[in-house]
Design a protein around this ligand. Structure first.
Ligand code: AMP
Length: 285
């Protein structure tokens, strides 16, 4: 039987009764097949699976979509039950951020580039909530999606630097048939925007193909991405990046594991996507 818990105390109590290892999947709800893939992976690899559903206000900036972010607790719980989750943690904002709270986790420069430059404070909010959730859930392993590539880099760095005893597992991006990465925000798109949105993945693939046939100039690869994104005129490019996969420093020459990433602002939604480029690894299909 799946247990739904809402307070810190209930979460700690439920945790104490779980078989180990405990796998944990933090989410903001409005669950789709991308989230489901993380829960399934946890189910395969762990004795117990905990999922959190919490729209974290501290990772939204002023003017972002906090108030209209999609919420559907009943559908989320039904999906999680069908996937075999053991515990679902659905806290209120006050439960995560007690009155008068001031502590936060600062991830430094890693949180200031790329998404962090476009969304000041975003990664402080992410790192803080993930730390609180790790502290309450005490997972052995936590599952994150490659789709939010910088988020995975930030969490891995944070866990390493702070000595948190959690293995971070980064899972492949789940996509629609036309290549668009699944995202709770895709539902905001108008039909015209939706039709242009696969340009994000095409841009990443075009740069990866250039790399595969010998291109090593990061700037040429950025140009390849921009050329492909030009086929989506409704979208305004926030950034295209070819960065060191660990430090997220922009590269001149792609001579080490890299992260290709981009962000495009459509009138109805801002979309991100990324692709790791590891010289030693096969490409994402
Ligand atoms: P969110 O609910 O957007 O905070 O996402 C919760 C987790 O699901 C994060 O680790 C995301 O990276 C992951 N995720 C979101 N979309 C996808 C996707 N299309 N494929 C794989 N993982 C995803």
């Amino acid at each position: 039987m799946m247990r739904v818990v809402r307070t810190r105390g209930e979460m700690r109590e439920a945790r104490a009764a779980l078989g180990e290892p405990v796998g944990f999947v933090p989410t903001m709800g409005a669950l789709h097949d991308g989230h489901a893939s993380l829960v399934r992976r946890g189910r395969e690899e762990c004795a117990s699976v905990v999922v959190s559903v919490f729209v974290n206000p501290t990772q939204f900036g002023p003017g972002e979509d906090l108030n209209r972010y999609p919420r559907d607790e009943a559908a989320d719980l039904a999906l999680l039950e069908s996937l075999g989750a053991d515990v679902v943690f659905v806290p209120t904002v006050e439960e995560i951020y007690p009155p008068g709270h001031t502590a936060s986790v600062d991830v430094g420069r890693l949180g200031e580039v790329l998404e962090g430059a476009a969304r000041p404070g975003h990664f402080r909010g992410v790192a803080t909530v993930v730390t609180i959730l790790f502290s309450l859930v005490q997972p052995d392993r936590a599952y994150f999606g490659q789709k939010d590539g910088q988020q995975s880099v930030v969490i891995q760095r944070m866990v390493h630097d702070l000595g948190l005893a959690v293995d971070i597992i980064v899972c492949p991006t789940i996509r629609e048939h036309d290549g668009l990465a699944l995202s709770s925000r895709n539902r905001y798109l108008t039909p015209d925007e939706r039709a242009q949105a696969p340009a994000l993945q095409r841009a990443l693939q075009a740069a990866a193909t250039a790399y595969a046939v010998g291109e090593r100039s990061a700037d040429s690869m950025r140009q390849v991405m921009l050329a492909e994104l030009a086929t989506a005129p409704l979208g305004q490019v926030d950034y295209v990046s070819v960065a060191d996969a660990e430090t997220l420093d922009e590269l001149e020459v792609v001579d080490r594991p890299a992260l290709l990433s981009l962000a495009v602002r459509f009138p109805s939604a801002r979309l991100i996507d990324c692709l790791p480029l590891d010289p030693g690894q096969p490409r994402e299909p």
